[in-house]
Design a protein around this ligand. Sequence first.
Ligand SMILES: Cc1ncc(C[n+]2csc(CCOP(=O)(O)OP(=O)(O)O)c2C)c(N)n1
Ligand SMILES: [Mg+2]
Length: 548
Amino acid sequence: MTKGSDLLVAALENEGVERIFGIPGEENLHVVESLRKSKIKLILTRHEQAAAFMAATHGRLTGRPGVCISTLGPGALNLSTGAAYAHLGAMPMILITGQKAIMTAKQARFQIVDVIAAMRPLTKMARQIISAASIPAIVRDSFRVAMEERPGPVHLELPEDVAGEQTQNAALIPPHPIELPVAPPAALDRAAEMILKAQRPLIMLGAASSRPKLVEPLSSFVRRTRIPFFNTQMGKGSVTGGSNLYVGTAALSSGDYVHSAIDHADLIVAIGHDTVEKPPFLMGPKGPIVIHVGCTSANVEQVYFPHAEVIGDVGASLALLADRIEGKLRPDPAFLGLRGKILERITQRAEDGGFPVIPQRIVHDVRQVMPEDGMVCLDNGMYKIWFARNYRTHVANTLLLDNALATMGAGLPSAIMAALLYPRRRVLAVCGDGGFMMNSQEIETAVRLGLNLVVLILEDSAYGMIRWKQAVDKFPDWGLTFSNPDFVRYAESYGATGHRVKRTEDLVPTLDAAFKDTGVHLVTVPVDYAENTRVLVEELQGRVPELA
Ligand SMILES: Cc1ncc(C[n+]2csc(CCOP(=O)(O)OP(=O)(O)O)c2C)c(N)n1
Ligand SMILES: [Mg+2]
């Protein structure tokens, strides 16, 4: 006889799960006891939302679902933002929540919320487990659903009595590889013909191109075809190598320097574009011509309606497409010439010495202290646009940002996950003073786990991005400022180390010293956001981007 919770944990081990993040409630105690006897580590967090962000980031970085756990009602609802984060961001994750016994109701309706109903629109699948015997199949199916394209979160509710139920029927189901068909030859021929006919083709790498397994095939496609490329915010870094074909990142929807290349292109090969992202460019009746390459067909949007599609396993399909076009393209030198101009404009003021520090300098200085494989994990705020535009990546998935749910509060938890997965790399969380405080309690988790991690806090004592948009929209400056704790003492109170940058030239040495030391470091630096308006509005000819 096996207990339901033991079966659940065995089924998770069967999927290769090594850690579960979360906060148990009394309804999870059978599972906690089963975990105690297993190889899986239970990583307690200080808020369920952070646990879900960590599990989602595990899925994002490895392609294997991260797992998080919470109690019923309040704990489960605290996971919901993380579920949405994984759902919009296409990150495989399993959320397990407890529930009161379903065969009896000894506590009447105390704490009972219809969590499955709440999770349904935020997940790919949400199910209650109603018998211990069904656990092996449900867990296997959940992992399959979470991982297969388009990946995302799956919610399982495990009631207390099912967790404690003894069953005989317990065989686990072995995982099988997930493989997708390649695009049909007709679609590949059509796409090849369109690309060969184009004078100025451009590749766009979208969010789905950042899937871990695509690093090699995408890099190879770019190398073989030598078509210049740009990326969306979440497609950033998906091609490895300091490619001389990179023309920029579309952090805005139009009017940025990279759009001089996009507007000039007569054909865009959009690889893995997911329209959850803020549009990287706007399609209209006059063009450009777009070929969508993806595991799934494109959503049709007002601003995105591809003319042709290559649907299937992206890596294998691109190899077949490259076979058809390699060596036959004649790149327009004037077009590649645009690249130099775009990148030159982007790097302007990168070494500006003013204090408080301007965003361009912050991005520049962060790049100085990060080795090629160092990981920068952003929270959500004004600086995200600057990092997306100005930060150069050399290794895939080394700039983690969220341009899908674009939630505040995920920066620190995602960095904790990155530090757990890559203990030998430098990992930096970059947060605004608003977003940091949304999950700052997780500094305790990072210290408890003995992680080496640096958190850079950009202080403007405001919800800066909204304040900026308020100014752009010509509203009076009102209602968006706050005061901060003393972040140095705040860090120390957790057993972390705090640093305050008081001169611009101290930023690099402070970050570098923090990385050379071990443990958790908080570095706070005042930021001068006057550049937001000067560059992103006035310099870009008064064109104002749409913001989250
Ligand atoms: C959870 C959540 N709440 C609100 C928002 C809307 N929002 C986007 S950016 C922003 C301000 C961010 O402030 P801060 O973290 O200090 O960064 P800053 O822009 O000041 O650098 C807000 C409120 C959001 N994206 N997510
Ligand atoms: Mg701020």
